[in-house]
Design a protein around this ligand. Structure first.
Ligand code: PHE
Length: 442
């Protein structure tokens, strides 16, 4: 087998922006603030920070270390360190990436369409009817495939000329748009009540197990953990790249974007008195309630809405790129060429996603299985591997340029805290996922 030399990132900033691009996505722009508003406001934000620091960050650092050390995609990274018995885990990662991208592409397809429509003719007055019309069916399939073609086009360019270049342009754009929108949102009448709704503190909410589960699950999904995305990106670092500080910056940036997105969304909804329409479905709020608000705001709403959906699209695109790269890099490790892997596997993802594009119930179940179960399972396995099974993770971590502090704390979290929390999450997520799967076939 002839393999080309492994590609590498052109700069540290390029890697950081790509990794932050993977983390910042649909999960940040709406789901986080929605969960906060529902579950204790500022108290939830604190719980989420604790989950990020105590559960997600240790796994993020473990993934980065495994990828950098193995210099191979997630299919082989654990085998590199732990031998053949870890091979099934590699397939779990690649399978989860494949599955997530196949429905993520459908939601991103809606986002692409809303962005294009904002340019063409603004937001429709009857947002609910519009969403019902476009969210499922052949048209949704077309936008889903269009979005994936965009994603594949970038991944086909390779690490430096494709992914890095796109991230370096797109991520600062996203930050700038979001900061601008947050400033604008602060000026709308009713902004104060919006903030209050978002951040109203209720520590009592934190006592419930489901809130704990939601916070942990969201921290995991939001940081793209448990399916090898961060591992894949780190595998294109040089062996001596620094990691601990990078992991902290990635996690903080991801949190900052999620937090600021909430500062944009709630004032807009409250300015128009739409808060009671937020309802039970997070997707509905994003694609119905907010567009409704933009439509009511007239010309300003069209501009603000366009910027909002453009930012959402950028977030979705840079996340989708990382999902496809998980699958593509694994195929490249097995001797495929990048163009063939991108086209073939991107096409297969597109075909799989058709089921989700035709029926939003299928999409919901795919999300539950992949997001709530497979990612958590993957994260649990990574924690157990690095915490208990891997030989000398301290030396491996220290291979980078920076000094390693807090090794025992990190190891201890991976050994005890992360497995305990993720086991609790799984215990409630698995029955829920099975139930929705069964309901789908009834
Ligand atoms: N982190 C992304 C988001 O918040 C989703 C994602 C999950 C991307 C897993 C890659 C891997 O939307």
């Amino acid at each position: 087998m002839i393999t080309a030399p492994r590609e590498h990132w052109g700069s540290r900033t390029g890697f950081m922006l790509a990794a932050i691009g993977s983390a910042v996505g649909l999960g940040n722009m709406w789901r986080f603030s929605y969960l906060a508003a529902e579950n204790g406001g500022a108290a939830f934000v604190l719980l989420y920070l604790a989950m990020t620091a105590g559960v997600a960050l240790p796994v993020l650092l473990a993934e980065l270390m495994l990828g950098r050390g193995a210099q191979q995609g997630p299919l082989r990274a654990l085998v590199h360190f732990g031998g053949a018995r870890w091979r099934p885990l590699g397939w779990l990662f690649v399978g989860a990436g494949f599955l997530i991208l196949s429905y993520y592409g459908v939601i991103a397809g809606w986002t692409l369409r809303y962005t294009a429509e904002a340019i063409w003719h603004g937001f429709p007055a009857d947002a609910a009817a519009h969403f019902a019309q476009i969210s499922a069916g052949p048209v949704a399939v077309a936008w889903h495939l269009g979005f994936l073609a965009l994603t594949a086009g970038i991944v086909a360019g390779g690490i430096q000329r494709g992914i890095e270049r796109a991230s370096v342009v797109l991520m600062p754009l996203l930050f700038a748009i979001l900061a601008g929108l947050a400033v604008y949102a602060a000026t709308v009448p009713g902004a104060g009540t919006g903030y209050a709704y978002y951040l109203q503190t209720d520590f009592g909410e934190l006592l419930s197990l489901t809130v704990l589960r939601d916070a942990a699950g969201q921290a995991f999904f939001s940081l793209s953990l448990g399916m090898g995305a961060m591992m894949t990106y780190a595998s294109y670092l040089r062996r001596d790249a620094d990691l601990p500080d990078e992991a902290v910056v990635i996690a903080l940036s991801d949190f900052a974007v999620a937090f600021v997105a909430g500062l944009v969304v709630f004032p807009l909804l409250f300015a128009l008195g739409l808060q009671q329409d937020v309802g039970a479905s997070t997707i509905g709020a994003l694609f119905i309630t907010l567009p409704h608000a933009f439509a009511e705001m007239g010309a300003a709403g069209r501009a603000v809405g366009l910027l909002f959906f453009a930012a959402l699209l950028v977030g979705a695109l840079t996340s989708a790129i990382s999902l496809l790269e998980v699958v593509v890099s694994s195929a490249i490790d097995r001797g495929w060429s990048r163009p063939v892997a991108t086209l073939g596997l991107g096409g297969a993802v597109g075909i799989t996603g058709i089921a989700a594009a035709l029926d939003t119930a299928v999409l919901g179940v795919m999300d539950q299985i992949a997001g709530n179960v497979l990612l958590i399972l993957g994260g649990l396995a990574i924690a157990l591997f690095v915490g208990w099974s891997m030989r000398d993770p301290e030396a491996e971590l220290a291979a980078g340029a920076g000094r390693v502090h807090w090794f025992f704390l990190w190891r201890g979290l991976l050994r005890f805290v992360v497995p305990a929390v993720l086991a609790v999450v799984l215990a409630s997520a698995i029955p829920a996922a099975l139930q929705s799967l069964r309901a789908l076939f009834d």
